[in-house]
Design a protein around this ligand. Structure first.
Ligand SMILES: [Zn+2]
Length: 464
């Protein structure tokens, strides 16, 4: 695999208007389901920005921080409240709603053809601590709006449409991202629940019990491959590629893999006044050199597209008058090219070892996680591209540095990810923002792509 997140491979066509079509006379109905009458002129009713904005505001009240932002961590009562709220909206829209054993909410709108696998749409409602109202939520309100548009436009799909709100997507609490989706695909199992702990030492199985779930039943949440036809996830970009290019829609081709390392540098703790510079074994000074060297490796043009981050540093004894004797740090290497991802991680360790030798300190390196990049199927992306073109929305094909539930369920069924712009590229902070009109454009693409997927797969099914 190759490629970087900044290339502009496939610009779509620009339609004459380039803007979201008018929404055909439906009134903003807040969070309640008030299906408008089908447009009398036969025009398709499109997503309504005001309605999307109002759903986002309702959800943002749950787990709202007094100082702004949202803290709605996975497997907490706040996350459950958000699922209950949206589950209620989906029920009011006539869907059958259930919650599985890990806390994923799954709502089904039946299809017209008997025994056909479902097309899935959805995302997540949990947030990082002091996060915001868009990451994940956009894909959930987009799925609700998609259901509403089907009703308002009087459309029945051949395949059942299944809305999925995944539980615990953010890795913020237990270190493991996409827990709800990894349970349904079998990438995580019941046995993993007791091995994951949050910062307070609470295991995931205990966290589940505290919100009235039975961790022993988690195995029953597993999905059958033949029950699914495809999955589409709408999400905010969490970067600035779309905004900089003035492009409203992003289609993800590859999701980065990541290799995570833990390095421990051991020197000698000593008195800061009594120890001459020449005879020190300063673990932090060595770590600093290791970090800047790792950054330089990642910035080397040959590694263009790689992202390397040292996000955690523990200094011992962390005292103003003691030379640091031991430093622990983490390195997160992400890339869409799996060979380069692992080669860069190996180079970081090799250079760190050399630096440690030269400085007379010890280095221990451990690989704590390693996931490969995921290439999403091109035919799904092509279909979404055609939907975007038909609507007159410019798009670009791009990589995703962040992981998403759709990439996890891609192990079971073909999946696609649609991005909408993030203001200034910021995410996981209270300043995260995407305009309601940008979200509406993304929902229109999701809706149109879902309909094309339904027709295309129905035709394939009829052929075979
Ligand atoms: Zn997300």
């Amino acid at each position: 695999m190759s490629g970087t997140s900044t290339r502009d491979t496939t610009p779509g066509t620009v339609a004459s208007n380039g803007e979201a079509p008018a929404s055909g006379g439906a009134t903003p109905s807040g969070n309640g389901p008030e299906p408008a009458a089908p447009a009398s002129d036969g025009a398709t009713i499109r997503a309504e920005a005001a309605r999307l904005g109002s759903m986002l505001s309702e959800i943002a009240k749950i787990g709202a921080d007094p100082e702004g932002g949202v803290s709605r961590l996975g497997f907490t009562p706040a996350e459950r409240d958000a699922h209950d709220l949206v589950g209620g909206w989906l029920r009011d829209l006539g869907l059958e709603v259930r919650v599985d054993a890990i806390g994923n909410t799954i709502a089904e709108r039946p299809g017209t053809a008997d025994g056909t696998p479902a097309i899935g749409i959805g995302s997540h409602l949990d947030s990082v601590p002091h996060g915001c109202r868009y990451d994940g939520i956009v894909g959930v309100v987009g799925a609700v709006e998609t259901v509403r548009l089907l009703t308002e436009n009087g459309i029945d799909t051949a395949h059942p449409l299944r809305v999925v709100i995944f539980a615990g997507e953010e890795g913020a609490r237990f270190g493991e991202p996409c827990i709800g989706s990894k349970i349904v695909t079998g990438e995580l199992t019941e046995r993993d629940l007791s091995t994951m702990r949050d910062a307070a030492g609470v295991t995931l199985d205990e966290a589940l019990r505290r919100i009235s779930f039975d961790p022993r039943k988690v195995g029953g949440a597993r999905w059958r491959r033949d029950a699914w036809a495809a999955f589409l996830e709408l999400h905010i970009e969490q970067g600035r590629v779309l905004e900089v290019g003035g492009t409203p829609v992003g289609l993800v081709d590859v999701v980065s893999g990541s290799t995570r390392l833990r390095l421990e540098v051991s020197g000698r703790a000593d008195h800061s006044g009594g120890t001459p510079m020449a005879i020190r074994a300063d673990a932090l000074a060595a770590a600093a050199e290791i970090i800047t060297h790792a950054e330089a490796l990642a910035r080397d043009p040959r590694n263009r597209g790689a992202r390397l981050t040292v996000g955690r540093l523990e200094v011992h004894p962390n005292s103003i008058t003691t030379i640091p004797g031991r430093v622990r740090l983490t390195v997160d290497v992400r890339d869409v090219d799996s060979d380069r991802q692992r080669a860069l991680a190996a180079a970081v360790v090799r250079h760190a070892t050399e630096l440690a030798d030269r400085r007379g300190v010890q280095l221990a390196a451990e690989r704590i996680a390693d996931t490969s990049p995921v290439v999403l199927p091109i035919w799904v992306r092509q279909l979404v591209a055609e939907a975007s073109e038909a609507l007159g929305h410019r798009y670009r094909v791009m990589t995703s540095g962040a992981g998403h539930d759709a990439q996890v369920v891609n192990a079971l069924m073909p999946a696609g990810i649609v991005f909408v712009p993030s203001k200034d590229g910021v995410s996981h902070v209270p300043e995260e923002w995407t305009s309601a009109s940008d979200i509406a454009r993304g929902v229109d693409v999701l809706y149109e792509a879902m309909l094309r997927l339904d027709r295309m797969l129905a035709a394939v099914g009829a052929d075979s």
